[in-house]
Design a protein around this ligand. Sequence first.
Ligand SMILES: Cc1cc2nc3c(=O)[nH]c(=O)nc-3n(C[C@H](O)[C@H](O)[C@H](O)COP(=O)(O)O)c2cc1C
Length: 171
Amino acid sequence: MDLNEAMESRRSVRKFRAEEVAEEDLREVLNAARLAPSANNLQPWKFVVVKAEKKRRLLAQACFGQEFIGEAPVVIVACATSRGGCIGNYMESWPVDVAVAVTHLVLAAWGKGLGTCWIGAFDEERVKEVCSIPHEVRVVAVLPLGYPLKLPQATPRRPLEKIFCEDVYAE
Ligand SMILES: Cc1cc2nc3c(=O)[nH]c(=O)nc-3n(C[C@H](O)[C@H](O)[C@H](O)COP(=O)(O)O)c2cc1C
């Protein structure tokens, strides 16, 4: 699948087949995250790959009871490991860096027939407890990963003309 096709067809997946994720596919998906750009090339990320069912269920609880997370054969916890980068002279770069890497991961997964759902609703302390993540490391996203049970419906997007303007900012 080419990148444009992956971007066009990707959906958030919340129902997974019980089938395990092939190790080769998992490595390629993680490698896609590794290749992402980052501010000052700091690469401030670490991905905790959780396969143990008990931990997956605990992660679902830490995501405020979003049970489908625990039903995926793999759950990836995307973490930020270091600070220092700055964007626009006001913003720390680590959440953006990790988000870019997660986007690589999500699209690469889709290209391999794997579904994910970006999870932002989680209690960071509880996620850290489940995976023994150190205090100074931050959790940016939780990602259930597995083969989709069926293709979810597309969600709407704003029209192209509404999201850009030329030369000067315009509403
Ligand atoms: C930062 C972020 C946080 C999200 N958090 C959740 C979440 O906690 N639970 C969930 O089911 N979906 C979550 N989503 C998925 C969005 O609901 C989904 O991407 C959006 O509705 C568009 O649908 P699509 O991904 O199928 O195109 C999140 C997505 C992003 C990018």
